[in-house]
Design a binder for this molecule. Structure first.
Ligand code: GUN
Length: 296
């Protein structure tokens, strides 16, 4: 069997198109232009790339993009003052503080100072609690992107066995909550799980988010399963850097029913969902209906 490839790049373009259409309607009918503020402290090269790409795509869908670049030695109090100003700025509907922050800053304190309604990363403790109790929240972008791809590919997820490998606050735990919300039977596995391969072989949906290059091989996959690879790992192959996921693609594609590639799978969906969350936040802030198909 050779798996169908789930094209995250194409799907993300479709989602951005839906966001752009909805933004155009908001502007035309209500005079509301959604705004996203991205705060970058320091000059981590990977973060610079993300932030640039986020800014470009935000403008492409017709939203206002505001970037705040602060020096690495910024005092925590100054960062909190900026966030407080963005919290009350009516032109700004979404706030994203790029992680990781320099080590002298308390990330939890900083994230929890964002107005939960503008927390388009879904990292604020209030949003984590709302998601965990099945209430309306802002949902972390990467797991939301995975959920959208799964729904698009499988239709109803109800009753399916889902195994999430990885227990991070950013991906593993919210992914499990979202799958539960869609009535999957969910297992969260991790690096200490006994006989991980056997646990994974029980999965109709296997989400790999462990951060270990190509750790999930074909013998972890149930024939016909849907495999979602969240990993982005840079490895050295003969002196050249290669981007690989947490899934050994060829080996798993020979067993799975469908699989996301790296690159071109989950990655492009993350920014698309950030834009979708910003749109959702703008609609909620103005008491307007939420965009269909772009929320959990
Ligand atoms: N750094 C890498 N990815 C992300 C993300 O999705 N959100 C934030 N805030 N920082 C990141």
């Amino acid at each position: 069997m050779t798996a169908e490839i789930i094209d995250g790049k194409a799907f993300a373009a479709k989602v951005r198109g839906q966001v752009a259409a909805h933004v155009a309607q908001l502007v035309e009918e209500h005079g509301i232009k959604p705004g996203l503020a991205v705060v970058l402290v320091g000059s981590d090269p990977a973060s610079e790339v993300y932030v640039k790409s986020k800014g470009k795509m935000t403008e492409e869908v017709g939203m206002t993009s505001v970037e705040h670049r602060l020096p690495a030695e910024t005092a925590e109090a100054d960062l909190l003052v900026l966030i407080a100003a963005l919290n009350v700025d009516p032109r700004i509907h979404g706030i994203l503080v790029q992680l990781p922050l320099p080590p002298h800053l308390n990330s939890e304190l900083v994230i929890n100072s964002i107005d939960p309604a503008k927390d388009v990363d879904g990292f604020h403790i209030s949003n984590v609690g709302l998601l965990g109790t099945g209430q309306k929240s802002m949902v972390p972008c990467t797991p939301l992107g995975c959920l959208m791809m799964l729904r698009e590919h499988l239709g109803s997820l109800s009753g399916l066995n889902a195994v999430v490998v990885g227990r991070s606050n950013i991906v593993g735990k919210p992914m499990a909550q979202l799958l539960l919300g869609d009535s999957c039977t969910v297992t969260i596995a991790h690096s200490r799980t006994k006989d991980l391969a056997a646990v994974c072989r029980g999965a109709d949906i296997l989400v790999a988010a462990v951060g270990r290059p190509e750790m999930i091989t074909g013998d972890y996959v149930k024939p016909g399963a849907t495999v979602i690879d969240v990993g982005i790992n840079r490895i050295d192959v003969g002196g050249k850097t290669k981007l690989v996921g947490d899934v050994a693609f060829e080996s798993c594609a020979a067993v799975a029913g469908a699989i996301t590639p790296v690159p071109g799978g989950v990655g492009p969906m993350t920014i698309a969902c950030l834009l979708a969350n910003t749109l959702t936040a703008a609609c909620r802030a103005n008491g307007l209906p939420e965009p269909k198909g772009l929320t959990a």
